[in-house]
Design a protein around this ligand. Structure first.
Ligand SMILES: [Zn+2]
Length: 264
């Protein structure tokens, strides 16, 4: 029998310096998509959801699509909007059970009114709804604040590999591949954030040393993670590394190509 998979996306990058919260009306103006309208609306796009949908078609999955919200950066999410997103995800997941898997796209920097770890709260709501045994494969922007709660609620995390980010759809496809791999491999249930070593005197490092550190971190993050796709362990660490130690490469969009060369 074909697999049954939940596909959902709630993407928001919160500017926590903004004075006003973004209410549900703000998101509605930009587009809050529900249920059966999602495949037609997102199929032709280059979004993570388009990647999820393409994978679902290729695999013959039966899909449930409770919500898809793609928005531009704005102030923190107002209480009403956050409750709507969380309840829609949780209810959608609960109603869709029994599920064989979940593909979830978040941005990774959502702050909400009364909830600093917006993405962690959403992922946890999905986990609570589906229980401990349904694999959840998550996509994020690599510039994410990955809390232990977020990492612990899902089974795998993958992030964009280009900067500027142009590979949203490919990232969605990769998350789907990881989900498929998880069905056939015996993996630890949850991802885990590992402390990553930081080089001293980073300012004095040459380009080759910086590249080697990036490659070592990439490999370390990939260790024990599901293949293909990768584990969430590398997301936060990579960003810390990128921001502190290889900022010029990142700014010029070279960091990702550099990393990719290092990864078999
Ligand atoms: Zn980004």
């Amino acid at each position: 029998m074909s697999r049954r998979v939940l596909l959902a996306a709630v993407m928001h990058e919160a500017n926590s310096f903004a004075r006003r919260f973004a209410p549900l009306d703000h998101f509605r103006r930009q587009g809050v998509f529900l249920g059966d309208e999602i495949p037609a609306r997102f199929g032709p796009t280059r979004t993570e959801m388009a990647g999820f949908l393409e994978a679902a078609r290729a695999q013959g999955w039966r899909i449930e699509t409770p919500i898809a919200v793609p928005t531009a950066p704005e102030g923190p999410v107002a209480r009403d909007a956050y409750a709507f997103f969380r309840d829609r995800l949780a209810e959608g997941a609960r109603r869709a059970m029994p599920l064989d898997g979940v593909l979830l796209a978040l941005h990774g920097s959502m702050v909400a009114e009364g909830e600093d770890d917006g993405d962690g709260g959403l992922a946890q709501a999905v986990r609570d709804a589906v229980g401990p045994d349904v694999p959840i494969s998550l996509t994020l922007d690599p510039h994410s604040n990955v809390s232990d709660r977020l990492a612990g609620a899902v089974n795998a995390i993958t992030a964009y590999r280009t900067h500027p980010h142009t590979d949203h759809k490919e990232t969605g496809l990769r998350a789907a591949e990881t989900l498929t791999a998880m069905r056939t491999m015996s993996l630890e249930r949850n991802t885990e954030l590992l402390p990553l070593p930081r080089p001293r005197q980073a300012g004095k490092l040459g380009k080759t040393e910086k590249r080697d550190i990036a490659a070592a971190r990439w490999r370390r993050g990939a260790q024990g993670g599901p293949q293909p796709g990768g584990a969430g362990t590398r997301i936060g660490g990579e960003f810390r590394l990128a921001r502190r130690h290889v900022a010029p490469e990142l700014a010029e969009g070279r960091l990702d190509r550099m990393r990719l060369r290092q990864v078999p």
